[in-house]
Write a protein that binds this ligand. Structure first.
Ligand code: MCN
Length: 783
């Protein structure tokens, strides 16, 4: 292993660019003749668009055009699609309401675009947007699942009777009923998973340019998957044929899932750029981000768990209502179904599971994947149940978990997944040791002496990532297979360019992917560049989400690298007149085993391109590509332990210790992995303690700024205590499991379990604000 190879804590290459302000983001793109877009958005949650009068706006300085949804329809620009078909339990397909990029007739959430103003400057566009007179006829709105399912609820889409998207189920109902009828104990809970706003540091942005000479369009956009964006824009929205559309996702400042989708603004900017024949830039402000970025979570569930007399789990029954918001977004249908309910076995042997999920339209921002996407909701439900059950039985919560852990692999759950490898006792042991569980009673007593309530909470999570085997997801309704591509190009001087379909927007791929090449060729990571995010440079790729870039993206690089290495070995053997099998690669040199013959890799690369001294019949050049389709998901798992102290007078919770013991298989760069876990934990603890959207009954988002939506800050978080156990993933050549979402998936139940332990009863929901905690302690309703 070299100094910069696999397993080394190499400092991130890309950070020099980012922390010196040299990153190149979409909003940094400046084109000659650039114009600016500002959207006219609905102030109503549900209304008919009666008329739009643009005359006053068109007369304002700098205004070039005002375009409306009706014109979009006239130009036959397609409605937004949901790319994953889910069927109800009666076999009927999910009910998709039409989602135009700008609403021509009806608006269904506050913030939905009805028109766009294009002007010479950003401020001129913004001012003129205020002068566009839109007449609305207000309709009654339903912003909660309960309101949308009420008998007198307004119907959002004619296609979806009763505002129901689908009524889906998974698992064996009869077997689960039988498990419950034979149970010695049944534990039931009502569990809510609060709606969140993703809040990446860089807001969404799009720059569209039309080249009338070539009749071609270019889109710079804040995307996690530019190739899929190009495919969808071209195949479904009638924007341009694929070869006439280039999509570039340059540096992207975070996404957390919210930048997977194609949003209305990208469609409109491309369409409008051709219409006005000028480049157009749109950059969201923070309020627009709250009002238009896809939100996350928002589940209401009833869960019941059946146990035998020995406290072994017999069955799990779940009914979940998922709030989809006003429209289906690109992957939204899969989040509360295949990404959620297939993880309901957790780390436990649960012989029978039956879960039903009702998807519901409401007059709120569309909901889609947010870091973890379905898996945090499953983990929260199960881990709250396990802790509650243990308390109900008078058992130690870790003993109840151990009693029910899966210990033999591969393990087929009753909800589709086959877990390939894991050791759940090992991570629980590591976490208990780190937290000094035996010393907790003394810490609790010491806290009590200081007037504080101290509690400890556990979460033993598992997640499925490395998304995903193409055939499996295809058979479950995904419109695309989720393989990945890579090309390894060795330059004549021996430096390497890796073209990948993955997209880094904070995960450090420029470093970890280069570490893989360094490991294989013994060259430094500064001799390697990672090329991504441009459909003209990389032929195709499926992008980054579902913690897949390590397990799937890097596996594609391994495949391409295998081919490069095989060819390079042949060349080296030929040049050194040795047998191919005797060539050893070490420290950037090709050596002949058992001799002092050697040559640097750079000379082998040069020979590949000079071409005059190659083995007979070999093509010149050293460049190979590969596609990699995983055979299974990867299953990271671990134990999180949270300790809190609560001030009973104010209800304020302080997270005083947080231990995470994760199993991510082989780690390419432990420092980057730790950074990923830190970020995920901050988001999970934020969900548990601080974050949550609030809608008024008439559909106004009351939490549409940082004055009202509380993000975690450094002083809300402890120094995390991270540990690792390792079972290699048998399904990919590197043995790695994804790490990008685990922190956000495992942490919320650990925090709430700690709070409920401290206050001595179970009645707590997220976010556990000081007002709620104070009310729970003092037996009063929260304000
Ligand atoms: N890695 C490693 N060893 C492992 C696993 C991963 O060294 N065993 C490295 C990888 O090489 C990569 C990083 O860790 O550099 C994350 O890898 P992976 O878990 O494969 O996740 P992805 O790269 O596919 O990133 C997606 C994931 C998701 S789904 C969300 S959401 C998320 C996240 O990553 N959004 C992020 N982390 C984020 N981090 C930042 N800064 N910004 C976001 O928007």
């Amino acid at each position: 292993m070299g100094m910069e190879g696999i397993g080394q804590r190499v400092v991130r290459k890309e950070d020099k660019r980012f922390i010196t302000g040299k990153g190149k983001y979409t909003d940094d793109v400046k084109l000659v003749g650039m114009t600016h877009a500002h959207f006219v958005r609905s102030p109503h949650a549900h209304a008919k668009v009666v008329s739009i009068d643009s005359a006053a706006a068109l007369a304002m300085p700098g205004v070039i055009a005002v375009l409306t949804g009706a014109e979009l329809v006239a130009d036959r620009i397609g409605n937004l699609i949901c790319g994953w078909m889910v069927h109800s339990k009666d076999g009927s397909p999910m009910k998709m309401g039409a989602y135009p990029a700008m609403a021509p007739e009806t608006v269904r959430y506050v913030g939905q675009a009805v028109a766009v103003v294009i002007a010479e400057t950003k401020n001129q566009a913004r001012d003129a947007a205020e002068a566009v007179a839109v007449e609305y006829e207000e309709l009654p709105a339903a912003t909660t699942v309960a309101a949308a399912l009420a008998p007198d609820a307004p119907q959002l889409h004619p296609e979806a009777a009763g505002n129901r998207v689908y009524e889906w189920s998974i698992g064996d109902k009869a077997a689960t009923e039988a498990a419950f009828s034979g149970a010695a104990h049944v534990v039931s809970m009502d569990i809510t998973n609060n709606r969140l706003v993703p809040n990446p540091m860089e807001p969404r942005s799009a720059v569209a340019n039309y080249d009338s000479g070539d009749d071609a369009l270019t889109l710079w956009t804040t995307s996690q998957n530019p190739h899929v964006a190009r495919l969808v824009l071209s195949a479904f929205y009638n924007i341009a044929p694929e070869h006439k559309l280039r999509v570039i996702a340059p540096d992207v400042g975070g996404g957390f899932g919210s930048k997977i989708y194609i949003y209305p603004e990208e469609i409109v900017c491309l369409w409008a750029a051709r219409k006005v024949n000028r480049p157009i830039k749109w950059t969201s402000d923070r309020t627009e981000a709250f009002l238009t970025d896809a939100h996350g979570r928002d589940h209401i569930s009833k869960a019941e768990m059946a146990f035998d007399a020995d406290h072994k789990i017999l069955g799990l029954r779940v009914h979940t209502y998922a709030n989809f918001g006003a429209y289906m977004s690109l992957f939204s249908s899969s989040v509360p179904t295949y990404l959620y309910a297939t993880l309901l076995s957790g780390q436990y042997v649960i012989p029978a599971i039956y879960a039903e999920v009702d998807g519901v339209y409401t007059n709120t921002v569309p909901v889609d994947a947010y870091r973890g996407a379905g898996r945090p909701e499953a983990t929260y439900l199960l881990e709250r149940m396990m802790e509650t059950a243990a308390r109900q039985f008078g058992l130690d919560p870790t003993d109840l978990r151990r009693k029910n852990f899966i210990t033999s692999f591969p393990y087929q759950t009753p909800v589709i997944m086959t877990y390939d490898a894991g050791d759940y006792n090992a991570s629980l042991d590591a976490a208990l040791k780190a937290v000094d569980y035996a010393g907790f009673p003394a810490r609790k007593a010491a806290a009590a002496a200081r007037g504080k309530l101290r509690g400890i909470g556990f979460s033993c999570y598992i997640e499925a990532c490395g998304i995903a085997p193409s055939k499996a997801v295809g058979s479950l309704g995904a419109g695309v297979g989720l393989w990945e591509s890579a090309e390894v190009r060795v330059n004549p001087v021996g430096t390497v360019e890796v073209l990948t379909g993955s997209h880094s927007h904070g995960q450090g791929h420029e470093t970890t992917f280069a570490q893989l090449i360094s490991e294989r060729l013994g060259i430094g990571i500064d001799q390697v560049s990672i090329v991504h995010g441009d459909t003209d440079k990389v032929q195709f790729g499926m992008g980054t989400y579902g913690s897949r870039s390590g397990a799937v993206g890097m596996s594609a690089i391994v495949k391409a690298m295998d081919k490069v290495e095989a060819k390079a070995r042949k060349i080296a053997a030929h040049l050194m007149e040795a047998a191919e099998g005797d060539i050893v690669i070490e420290g950037g040199e090709f050596k002949v085993a058992g001799t002092d013959k050697k040559m640097p890799f750079a000379l082998v690369a040069l020979a590949a391109y000079t071409g005059h001294n190659l083995p007979d019949g070999m093509e010149p050049g050293l460049k190979e590509g590969a596609f990699y389709d995983p055979t299974n998901f990867t299953f990271p798992a671990g134990t999180y332990v949270c300790e809190v102290e609560i001030d009973a007078d104010t209800g304020k919770t302080e997270v005083v210790n947080f231990v995470a013991a994760d199993d991510f298989g082989r780690m390419i760069n432990p420092m980057i992995v730790e950074g990923q876990v830190h970020g995920g934990l901050a988001q999970g603890i934020g969900q548990a303690l601080l974050e949550g959207t609030v809608y008024s009954d008439d559909g106004q988002l009351m939490t549409a700024s940082y004055m009202d939506y509380c993000m975690p800050r450094a002083d809300d978080l402890p120094s995390f205590d991270l540990h690792h156990t390792t079972t290699l993933c048998p399904g990919n050549p590197l043995g790695i499991k994804g790490c990008g979402e685990a922190g956000a998936i495992g942490s919320p139940p650990a925090v709430i379990n700690a709070i409920t332990d401290a206050i001595g009863h179970n009645d707590m929901s997220m976010p556990a604000t000081p007002a709620k905690v104070w009310a729970a302690i003092h037996g009063r309703a929260a304000a």
